[in-house]
Design a protein around this ligand. Sequence first.
Ligand code: ADP
Ligand code: MG
Length: 739
Amino acid sequence: MKTAWDTEIQYLPGVGPRRAAVLSSELGILTVGDLVSTYPFRHIDRSGVMKIAELRPEMACVQFTAKVLRVELFGTQSMTAGQSGAGIGDLPADGMPGKALQSRFDPSKPVKFNLVKRMSVMVGDGTGEIELVFFKGIKWMYARLKPGLEFLFFGKPAAFNGRLNIVHPEVDSLASLQQNGQSRMTGVYNSTEKLKNSGITGKVMGKLVSNALEMVLPTLKDSLPEYLRAERGLPDIKFALRNIHFPESAAALEKARWRLKFEELFLLQLSLLKYRFHHKKVSVGIAMPKVGDAFNRCFETLPFPLTGAQKRVIREIRDDMKSGRQMNRLLQGDVGSGKTMVAVLSALIAIGNGYQACIMAPTEVLARQHYRNICRYLEPTGVKAAILTGSSRAAERREAHAGLEDGSIGIIVGTHALIEDNVLFSRLGLCIVDEQHRFGVEQRARLWAKGCGGIAPHVLVMTATPIPRTLAMTLYGDLEVSVIDELPPGRKPVQTIHATEAKRPALFRFMKEQIALGRQVFIVYPLIFESEKMDYKNLQLGYEQIVEAFPFPDYKTAMVHGQQPNDEKKFNMDAFAAGRADILVATSVIEVGVDVPNASVMVIESAERFGLSQLHQLRGRVGRGSEKSFCVLMTDYKMSKESRQRIELMCRTEDGFLLAEEDMKMRGPGDIEGTQQSGLPVNLKIASLAADGLMLNDARAYAESVLKRDPELDAPENACLKEAMSRDRYQIKDYSKIS
Ligand code: ADP
Ligand code: MG
């Protein structure tokens, strides 16, 4: 039976087919229910309207009403011949004189909007005037902001050339300020030019939502059971929907938001967990009941005892591998936490049960490094390992293929070539993927087909980019997560120091002290694509400065960067690794791979230009030896607030997980490295994984307890949950991104 919720949007009073098409194409609204769950992104509180004279650059977002006084358009000079000079006065103070990029358009001529680069709008309210600046959507705004008309503006004031301005303020009609029923606050909805053109202004949107609520609320059933709402103190759905759109008070709005966020996170977790319970029950894997001799021989001859975390993780992996179900596990561990050891021991379990293992790395360099380390550990076991990469020679390749096919090779290490290549395994039982290297559906299918007897091999994905737990839980629906949260003993903490240019002489003195003690120093310069030329220039200047301050032959300085030929790079790198150079000046190419235990100082130039996780990875290059190590973050005096936060955080903690959590809070989950392409299995409408981590944990725990009592959601009190799970939104289909 079709409910009011599922009614097509065109049948809502006030919509009709034409507006329905626009609502669908602009906002993805197809049904009345979709409209009801399109929440305002902000509420206008009439008590918070300010006067222009009160605005200050340090204020956060402000709102005020004002009248449009003057509108001016600026564009490319060559396109406005005869107007030269008109706009020079408006260039920023540090603009290039004589090279005016933008000049004023002649207001008496028809406007060619494709040539307009900037629009300046002066508005006033009797107490003062302020400039509003637009770089985008100019045509639409130009048509709207006619001199003499009054609007409600919302935005962040800033000081520019000693004057206040607001770039890209939101513009609303004064009507949105007017009393809306009981509500002191008015919702502001996403809007577009097309919506406004078809008459769906903010005010009309409010009216449509109000009609929609009238239509759906009487028969709407709550998705959250009563016992849950009572236990968590959440209001019912009718209260929540009414108040998210038309809040009775700030407190009611808060309650509504809380409830809707919880519902979203809870239902998401419920669907993920349900999938996972199901997957666990049905997925067939290769049973590996023993630990085996190879494991034991390797274990007995380890050069060091395993850390508690390594032991725990190996136990988790072992339990998966003997269960008869396919293992699908993500292993997270900071740089240097000892993941290689765990990989080797896991591979040896497969071998002890008569199977083969493959270890895949994202790059050739890392594959070779793995291979070298692994061979060392394997020596006492008699297990044969081989390497296969894109650049393996034909003979090498033939030998590896033959060895894999006849089963004489136990562990194969390589790059992606391993699954792309025409590689046949005799008995593949485990695949270890280093650095969170995701497979597409097709690659995954290929890998699975290589499993012994047509059964998918066990999969272990390892990553050094810590993903906050809350995010991992949601991103990797069917992955179990293991964490190595302990570094091997004997690691000295790295002391992190922030310094600006004034401290450079002191830094150089300190470097000389360290070098006199026999240590080595990294100096890293940023290299980002957009300003590559400038960056190389900075690197070059930095190198010259170092050579001058640390003259040969007392000091030896090497340099590596991406523009050097490969052998030159290798020569310089090897010189530093072997201790023939004291200082290595480099771009961030050294981020991955290099292991120089004798290096005790990492200097990062223009540190404010690096992201948190990159800074953390760079810092991980020191502190690998037995000496106390230092990381010096050099920055400009002036920094954005966000950069300052990052630098302070780096000085405060070395905990990669804490950094990742904070990074996520600052930038939002979309930007966390390594997760960009993966995306979330569903779109969140109101909750945020970054800001609502605590609630996510709670929702997860609650979902677990519900499923434990009632795995199929068959109990009468959970009927509403079962129904919610059957809705499209929570039918997660694309798990291919995972593992
Ligand atoms: P990851 O791959 O997690 O960055 P590695 O596996 O390369 O870390 O280990 C880093 C270093 O720590 C290696 O030199 C390794 O030999 C050493 N190591 C690993 N586990 C231990 C341990 N339990 N005790 C002491 N040293 C260890
Ligand atoms: Mg590693």
